[in-house]
Design a protein around this ligand. Structure first.
Ligand code: GLY
Length: 344
């Protein structure tokens, strides 16, 4: 209740002051005045993605268009973990997951999609042109082709082929756990190459608010490198990898999808914000929930949430250090270091 009162007081301040930063109940916060556009996205790849989103937002475009255009940049790059240039599954196929959600609870997603360059755009078509929320595998691909998306050749990128060849030497299937020590330099679960040639996977998740104060979110990934064929993570699951409630706020997740799904992560974070927690405090609450469930195994996984509330206040929280998110608004274009449960 105290936190809620402080939150309202600070929200009122931002109406006068525009951009403000400070502390609420011990957590850092950053504000962008309500109705002033803002975009945040996961990891440092988010800087380039935000640029494209910002072009939309700063010319009075919708948050929905911004979050689609933004993550398309990452899908086109030769990223280890997003798009067709990413690491394959254990059978050598790149399979992609994506989801999108707008300010009216409209949502669409695709999972286990092969041979399509922009899964986020197919997810949007699912949302806009079908009575469904989710299409998977061959059906998703069939729909994409019918909608005019070109079918791309199944050829691994040079880097992905090298990674896969290295992985094949042992062909050792492991769940996509992280090795905190090996990836310290980039932060655990960051897209970093491990000593054994394996790459950690990750995701780009993006949330934007437009001039009208409307929120939308998107999430796209190839999932865990060398995953079991058919494995689907949290990113295309509405409520897990992504959730938007335009009255409250939005959240996206990155990291080990299985553990995000277990706690309906993004939806849970939004519900915490509904109860008055700041975005950072809401993210922390759900990270704590995962840590409680995983017990000592929490040391081996990374999960991070980023969240944006209706007042433009944003924040994040991760299990391990090293996670950062990209922010773009009228005054800023930068990476924000996340707080985490464990410290190096
Ligand atoms: N967070 C992405 C995945 O687990 O697939």
């Amino acid at each position: 209740m105290i936190e809620r009162r402080k939150f309202i007081k600070v929200s009122a301040l931002t109406g006068l002051a525009g951009l403000v930063s400070g502390k609420v109940a011990g957590t850092d916060f950053y504000f962008s005045k309500k109705g002033q556009p803002i975009v945040i996205s996961t990891w440092d790849a988010g800087i380039a993605a935000n640029k494209a989103a910002w072009q939309v937002l700063s010319t009075n475009g919708s948050a929905l268009d911004a979050v689609e255009k933004g993550v398309m940049v990452t899908e086109s790059s030769q990223n280890c973990c997003v798009g067709l240039g990413a690491n394959p599954d254990r059978d050598g196929y790149v399979t992609l997951d994506a989801s999108i959600m707008d300010e009216n609870f409209n949502c669409g997603s695709v999972a286990f999609l092969e041979g399509i360059k922009h899964p986020i755009s197919v997810a949007r078509r699912v949302m806009e042109k079908t009575p469904h929320v989710m299409l998977v595998g061959a059906g998703a691909q069939q729909f994409a082709i019918a909608e005019g998306f070109p079918l791309e050749a199944q050829k691994l990128s040079e880097q992905a082929q090298e990674n896969y060849d290295n992985w094949l030497k042992k062909s050792e299937y492991k769940s996509p756990a992280i090795n905190v020590e090996k990836t310290k330099e980039h932060g655990p679960f960051a897209p970093a190459k491990l000593d054994n040639g394996e790459w950690n996977h990750d995701t780009i998740g993006m949330i934007a608010m437009d001039f009208n104060g409307n929120l939308s979110g998107s999430c796209t990934t190839s999932g865990a490198g060398f995953k079991m064929r058919g494995r689907v993570g949290d990113s295309p699951i509405i409520g897990a990898g992504l959730y938007v409630d335009n009255e409250v706020g939005a959240c996206v997740a990155t990291g080990q999808g299985e553990d995000v799904i277990r706690v309906a992560g993004s939806h849970s974070v939004v519900e915490m914000m509904r109860q008055g927690l700041s975005p950072e405090a809401a993210c922390k609450k759900i990270i704590q929930r995962i840590i409680k469930i995983k017990k000592e195994k929490a040391k081996d996984i990374q999960v991070a949430f980023i969240a944006l509330n209706k007042n433009g206040q944003h924040g994040s929280f991760a299990i391990h250090p090293g996670f950062e998110y990209a922010l773009r608004n009228t005054n800023n274009e930068k990476l924000v270091k996340s707080k985490s449960w464990f410290n190096i």
